[in-house]
Design a binder for this molecule. Structure first.
Ligand code: UGA
Length: 431
């Protein structure tokens, strides 16, 4: 079993570290935030991620998972060094590599001989070379090993991946990294670093394109009177298309798709190729936010003027507490800008805490702690994130407490006949 240092304990780093320790490796995770490290040492998980608490607990108990402050502290003992630091979007759309460069600079002097440094963060094409340059160590190989983890199912995605991609010019280093995954049953693909880095961006941008396409089809369905749910079902039976990632919604978001799609367009531009297609994919997404917001704004009819909208769901998808680049928030910003008051509820966003205002200080909504508190006296109700509990809303109760009778279901979560039987007007997406 190998010794692995993980630099950065965000979603990717913490999941990677906990899963590697579960596979039997000795893992030391480092972060710059001493308070966070102290919480992790006590087994407290700062994020909502299914199954992660169990793996962290297991790793701490077995002694195979440790947490320290500072990258150099973790790297001085390890053979593999996973860089899992953020690569936020810079002002010009390109990814900001400063965290990556700082981490590489911090570990370069302490790396044991013949270590392998692994880029796990989503980094622009060519970053493997950048890290190697910052390290300045001829005995150390830098390898790309991109992550394909979805928030909410990151542990399962790590332990049962569709594929493991390793990018290295050095065959021996690639084989050493591949061996870390020997207990995982998945195809392992070895390629050069630039191709590995491109695989990551191309995968995310393709999935984002698929969603913009589906959302555009949903708009078409509304125009021609088709039902998008049946249309995607019929498409999905074709194995070349596949059933996954065909759910229309208020637009796509999260901490990866918007950032990575913009970054890939920028990477192409810098390389002399105008990837206009991706700009359209992004544009269609903005239009989807606008269109969803317009449905909500229109759902407040003249008789209900001045009454608020009840918004159910704030996170970028269900199963996570992540509010970054959330389509629900994008839509609500537009609704609020149209002068409409909003009372919002999300099971992962607690009222009375500053979770929402910290990430979105410019979104002014009243946060409440149950869906019916949001709906009381509301002109209309909008479902924005697909939390399962919204499927089970009590429409008899809603009919009693709401002022209006309009529902906008931006995730096509409900069977329309259920609210319709209680006298509600239902509007979904593309149906
Ligand atoms: C995404 C990718 O799915 C992962 O493979 C990748 O590793 C990760 O980014 C990353 O780069 O780190 P994630 O951001 O967790 O994972 O979220 P997804 O589950 O992909 O959802 C992204 C957005 O698409 C959400 O807003 C979601 O609601 C939306 N979506 C997804 C739909 O609107 N319809 C669908 O059918 C699927």
């Amino acid at each position: 079993m190998a010794s692995i240092a993980i630099i950065g304990t965000g979603y990717v780093g913490l999941t990677t570290g906990a899963c590697f320790s579960h596979l039997g490796h000795d893992v030391i995770c480092a972060d710059v935030d001493a308070a966070k490290v102290a919480r992790l040492q006590a087994g407290e998980i700062p994020i909502v991620e299914k199954g992660l608490d169990r793996l962290v607990d297991e790793g701490i108990r077995s002694g195979k998972l440790r947490f320290v402050v500072g990258a150099a502290e973790a790297s001085k003992e390890a053979e593999f060094h996973y860089l899992c630091v953020p690569t936020p979007q810079g002002e010009d759309g390109a990814a900001d590599l400063s965290y990556l460069q700082t981490a590489a600079a911090q570990i370069s002097a302490v790396l044991p001989n013949n270590s392998v440094v692994v880029n796990k963060s989503t980094v622009p094409v060519g970053s493997t070379r950048v890290v190697a340059r910052v390290l300045g160590r001829s005995d150390v190989t830098v390898v790309s090993n991109p992550e394909f983890l979805r928030e909410g199912t990151a542990v399962a995605d790590f332990l049962q991946p569709d594929r493991v991609v390793i990018g290295s010019q050095d065959q021996e280093a690639a084989i050493r990294v591949a061996a870390l995954y020997s207990r995982i049953a998945a195809p392992i693909m070895v390629t050069d670093p630039v191709s590995a880095e491109t695989i990551k961006y191309a995968s995310n941008a393709f999935l984002a394109s698929k969603l913009s396409f589906v959302n555009a089809i949903a708009t078409l369905c509304e125009a021609v009177g088709a039902d998008v749910n049946d249309v995607v079902l019929g498409m999905g039976y074709d194995s070349r298309i596949g059933r996954e990632f065909l759910r229309p919604g208020p637009g796509w978001g999260g901490s990866c798709f918007p950032k990575d799609t913009r970054a890939l367009a920028r990477i192409a531009e810098d390389a002399g190729y105008d990837f206009r297609f991706l700009n359209e994919v992004l544009q269609v997404n903005e239009e989807q936010f606008d269109r969803t917001a317009r449905k909500i704004i229109d759902s407040v009819d003249a008789k209900q003027a001045g009454k608020h909208v009840a918004a159910l769901g704030l996170t970028f998808k269900a199963g996570t507490d992540d509010l970054r680049d959330s389509p629900s928030v994008e839509v609500l910003k537009r609704v609020v800008a149209a002068g409409i008051k909003v009372k919002a509820y999300d099971p992962a966003v607690l009222a009375g805490e500053n979770q929402l205002s910290r990430v979105h200080p410019d979104l002014v909504v009243e946060l409440v702690s149950d869906p019916y508190a949001a709906a009381e006296g509301a002109a209309s109700l909008a479902i924005l994130t697909e939390w399962d509990e919204f499927t089970w809303l009590d429409f008899d109760k809603l009919a009693e407490i709401m002022a209006g009778r309009n529902i906008v279901d931006a995730r096509n979560l409900l069977d329309p006949s259920i609210p319709q039987r209680r006298g509600f007007n239902y509007r979904g997406i593309g149906r």
